[in-house]
Design a protein around this ligand. Structure first.
Ligand SMILES: [Zn+2]
Length: 274
């Protein structure tokens, strides 16, 4: 999460965008399934074996992440595939958590999820749409509650759902009034999950040890600084930023991001005072 390779030049941007060029550019977009592979998984809850989609390593080209570190790749939203869902019993978790279940949690999932789960009746497509991925993450969130998972795991699922909603909105048209309304609704849902993630991480910070969701303290401090800023809590944002800037282990890139954010916060605070 703390590597930020350079932004790649978008292909064909210099060519002026005639219709022929646009068509040529469209042809160049590789199909989403060409980025994917089928991984063999064994479910820790029901023991059944199944295939789950994952992104081939090194295939997707990384682009500049959003300011809150939402990862972005050219031609594919890789977040859609960071989740595993058992089609047999409904047990679902983000990839990093999937294999880690205690005996008690397996029992809780069997009672709280599998007992009510209806296996899908249609075959899965060649790739996940944003809506399909969001549904899987929402199921993961329910699973986390049922298995009495940590606040950080719930918060992380909420963060990823909000990021997926952002990715979904980016690809939505906004020509007609109806389309604008639909896009606005997706953005409102993004805000709702973003706030839940913010509150969840704040709670987790008080009760859990680092690393939290694979993030070290300065990464988490930066994320919470950005989220505090987003929600207009500038004093809290400054406090988290101080943690990043005084950290002996934060990367140069992380400190640069923190300094940029600090400038924005100072500007907002001046505006508030003035
Ligand atoms: Zn299962």
């Amino acid at each position: 999460m703390n590597t930020f390779p350079e932004v790649e030049q978008e292909k064909g941007k210099q060519t002026g965008g005639t219709q022929a060029n646009e068509q040529a550019a469209k042809k160049e977009i590789p199909p989403e399934e060409s980025f994917l592979l089928e991984k063999s998984i064994q479910c820790p809850v029901c023991d059944s074996k199944f295939k789950s989609k994952a992104v081939k390593s090194g295939r997707a080209v990384r682009m500049e992440p959003d300011r809150d570190m939402r990862p972005r790749f050219r031609h594919i939203d890789t977040l859609k595939y960071d989740i595993i869902s058992c089609p047999n019993c409904g047990y679902t978790a983000m990839t990093r958590y999937f294999d880690h279940l205690s005996t008690m949690q397996i029992r809780l999932i069997r009672e709280g999820i599998s007992a009510k789960f209806n296996p899908p009746t249609t075959k899965e497509g060649a790739f996940y749409t944003h809506d399909e991925a969001i549904d899987k993450y929402k199921l993961a969130l329910v699973n986390t509650m049922v298995k009495r998972g940590k606040d950080s795991e719930k918060a992380y699922a909420c963060l990823k759902i909000s990021w997926l909603l952002r990715g979904k909105a980016e690809n939505m048209p906004e020509e007609t009034e109806e389309e604008q309304k639909a896009k606005e609704a997706v953005k409102q849902e993004e805000e709702k999950f973003y706030l839940q993630a913010y509150e969840g991480f704040s709670t987790a910070l008080a009760n859990e040890m680092f690393p939290i969701c694979g993030m070290d303290q300065s990464t988490m401090d930066y994320l919470l600084a950005y989220m505090s800023y987003h929600f207009g809590k500038y004093e809290i944002a400054s406090k988290f930023l101080a943690g990043v800037l005084s950290s002996g282990t934060a990367s140069r890139r992380m400190k640069d991001l923190a300094l940029d954010l600090k400038d924005d916060i100072v500007r907002k605070l001046r505006k508030k005072e003035g």
